[in-house]
Design a protein around this ligand. Structure first.
Ligand code: SF4
Length: 321
């Protein structure tokens, strides 16, 4: 594998635990790779561990076991390596209002990272260039303003500009458009996509919205109770989902109503009480309908934890079916 083909982020059997006696298994054995120059959508219900997972990539959550590498360097708690990591990997959050200091001008908001990382060059020019690349043109119109003078979409563009000013290799985006009006979501997603196509950055976009995945992602990884249960090219995962959980998620997306709608029954998933066997079995429609029993796999569903196996080239799913 040439250096260029090597994944930019690679996670091996990553576990992140919280709570008393580390009883909450928020991330519970994740293997995942992010390729250079791709958008990977990480999809799942809230509480499935997807935000914790991306926070662990940037060193914000200590990993209980397993390993994470970014661009060939292990993510550790060592201050020097964290400093390097936090320039190479930038994160943008769901709520641009909360992420911007209301007392700082837009110039300050973008310049802060440049100062922290001692980026050489003319600060005003670097800030202006970053704002223009994020679609805030002409930048002189924005630099002296304060966050409350901008719209939600413009504020999210400021955060994207601040992240991209550092020329990162990876952008982690936590529900990047969830707080924005539907009318401007497409523009912000197109902007993010342009950074991938024009600058070769890789993006991991955490979302509960499969429509977002459909719009910008090259690949989709579906997460359930701390584990990736399906991953593959977007079109394949959305057109031919292999895992019953992915099928259930898709069945409630309006564009995919040709799938019979599946309401998931059973308890809400609780990462402090992960079921034995397949972690999805208490809610799995294949088990509930009796199909698993007819196919002779029900005992395995209840007793054996499935691993990701290949269903088509580059498309894997963790299910005994
Ligand atoms: Fe459902 Fe069994 Fe597949 Fe789990 S392994 S998703 S319980 S069919």
């Amino acid at each position: 594998m040439s250096e260029h083909d090597a994944p930019i982020v690679s996670l091996r059997d990553v576990h992140v635990r919280f709570g008393r006696g580390a009883s909450v298994r928020a991330v519970d054995g994740v293997d995942l790779e992010v390729r250079r120059g791709e958008v990977l959508a990480l999809v799942g219900e809230s509480g499935c561990g997807k935000t914790t997972l991306i926070r662990s990539i940037i060193g914000l959550e200590p990993v209980a076991s397993g390993s994470i590498e970014v661009d060939g360097h292990a993510v550790t708690r060592d201050a020097r390596s964290l400093r390097r990591l936090r320039r190479r990997v930038q994160m943008i959050f769901q709520d641009p209002t909360g992420a911007l200091d209301p007392r700082h001008t837009i110039h300050e908001a973008v310049a802060e990272g440049l100062r922290i990382h001692r980026v050489p060059g003319d600060e005003a020019a670097l800030v202006a260039d970053a704002l223009a690349r994020a679609g805030l043109r002409p930048p002189e119109r924005y630099v002296r303003r304060f966050p409350h003078e901008l719209s939600g979409g413009q504020r999210q563009r400021v955060l994207i500009a601040a992240a991209m000013a550092l020329d990162p290799a990876v952008l982690l985006a936590d529900e990047p458009v969830a707080s924005l009006d539907a009318s401007i979501r497409g523009e912000v997603l197109a902007l993010m996509r342009s950074f991938v196509d024009d600058h070769g950055v890789s993006i991991v976009a955490v979302t509960h919205d499969l429509g977002l995945a459909w719009n910008i992602a090259d690949r989709v990884a579906v997460m359930y109770l701390g584990r990736i249960v399906e991953v593959g090219p977007t079109e394949e995962v959305l057109a031919a989902p292999q895992h019953p959980y992915t099928r259930a998620l898709l069945s409630v997306v309006p564009e995919t109503r040709r799938l019979e709608q599946q309401i998931l029954h059973g308890e809400t998933p609780d990462p402090s009480r992960i079921p034995a066997g397949c972690r999805f079995h208490p809610r799995c429609p294949v088990v509930a309908s009796g199909e698993a029993a007819r196919l002779g796999i029900e005992a395995r569903c209840r007793g054996e934890d499935p691993t990701l196996t290949e269903r088509a080239p580059g498309h894997t799913a963790a299910c005994h079916l």
